[in-house]
Design a binder for this molecule. Structure first.
Ligand code: MLT
Ligand code: MN
Length: 311
């Protein structure tokens, strides 16, 4: 059994976003039950409900931990049920939360070498004392146990795999052409299974295209979390809330010809859940026509505090 806890459902900026005066953000601030606030994307997984591994350290992680009893310290004066953090990219909304977890309680940080290199270029992350926060480099397509401090096997296995995406926004290099210096490993997806068998969870929080690799990974999965940043590729421009398309930001859209729903329509997937949903995406609002459309397609929209299980 894999226990899954959604810590945050929103994309970078969260919902409501600090500087957005959109109708949806105003509804969220007003306590509208169809526009529930959401923190930035992260999930936690556990085999036993006691030791947890957090996928991506959102800037909101402090609030997320405080909100979830399962993540509160249970023993001694200083401890945490969080045995490890797995990073799937180097974006601010995936790594900034590490700065909250700096008070010298051990956990293991799992990431691709490309992401460790980004962290090493930013001296502020030296606040994570090496030797306390230990590192496990992930190799694409190689399955490893999630173990945590002391190499105590949790029973969970992860397999990182390459996903079409983009280098972190603050690492973009215009001189390197159309992909801004993106390399394999900048964006990964994760397959999560249990050593004793059972179901398979696939987490793809950032994705620019459904290629054959992505398609093969999600096929037959019991639970898939998928990048739900935008409804349509040009929605931020059309709404005059931004200048970039989803593709420019490294994100596929939910709807339309080349959207996620269309791309995965005929896949055999148990439960399909959108996560990393931008505050401009109308499907984030529960009473929108777009939300109904998603649900009619068999998709769910993650929300903060959502609990799921993979048998
Ligand atoms: C993204 O998902 O595109 C990033 O989180 C953007 C950002 O860093 O704000
Ligand atoms: Mn993001």
């Amino acid at each position: 059994m894999i226990h899954v806890l959604v810590l945050g459902a929103a994309a970078g900026g969260g919902f409501p976003q600090w500087n957005s005066n959109s109708e949806a953000c105003r509804r969220a601030r007003a306590g509208d039950s169809a526009a529930l606030p959401a923190t930035q994307a992260s999930i936690a997984v556990s085999a036993d409900g006691a030791r947890w591994f957090v996928i991506n350290a959102a800037p909101d992680i402090r609030e997320q931990i405080n909100r979830e009893k399962d993540l509160h310290p249970k023993t001694g004066l200083r401890s945490t049920p969080i045995a490890g953090i797995v990073l799937t990219n180097g974006d601010v909304d995936a790594v900034a939360g590490l700065l909250h977890l700096r008070e010298r309680t051990p956990y293991v940080l799992y990431a691709h070498p490309r992401i460790f290199a980004v962290i090493d270029q930013n001296p502020i992350f030296q606040v994570l004392a090496l030797g306390v926060v230990t590192r496990e480099s992930l190799t694409l397509d190689r399955t490893v146990p999630l173990a945590g401090p002391g190499a105590v096997d949790s029973g969970l296995r992860i397999t990182p795999f390459a996903v079409p995406g983009k280098v972190a926004l603050y690492m973009e290099d215009e001189s390197k052409g159309g992909d801004y210096g993106t390399e394999t490993g900048d964006t990964i997806g994760l397959e999560i299974t249990h050593a004793e068998g059972g179901g398979r969870l696939v987490f793809i929080g950032n994705c620019a295209a459904v290629d054959e690799n992505v398609r093969a990974r999600v096929a037959g999965a019991d639970l898939v979390f998928f990048d739900g940043t935008l409804w349509r590729d040009d929605e931020m421009i059309k709404r005059r809330e931004g200048v970039k398309t989803g593709q420019r930001m490294g994100h596929l859209s939910m709807a339309g010809e080349n959207g996620v729903m269309q791309a995965l329509r005929n896949q055999d997937i148990g439960r399909r859940v959108f996560i990393h949903i931008n505050n401009t995406n109308p499907a984030l609002v529960a009473d929108s026509a777009e939300r109904s459309e998603i649900e009619a397609e068999g998709w769910e929209v993650a929300f903060d505090g959502m609990r799921l299980e993979v048998p």
